[in-house]
Design a protein around this ligand. Sequence first.
Ligand SMILES: [Zn+2]
Length: 62
Amino acid sequence: MSADAYLILLCDHPSCEYPEGHWPVRFEPHTHRELRRLLKTRGWRRTRDGRDLCPEHRKAAQ
Ligand SMILES: [Zn+2]
């Protein structure tokens, strides 16, 4: 993967209108793992079965 790849997370809720989660500034380490950690501070959630959910849908999934 390119070091400058643009990383996004996608909400796995089937009817999500704005499924893309990203971080506006460059961060290190530039990995999906770190992106998840950052987005968690904005309400994103990684479920136990491996899905990513945006702040809106994390509630619906609980
Ligand atoms: Zn969603």
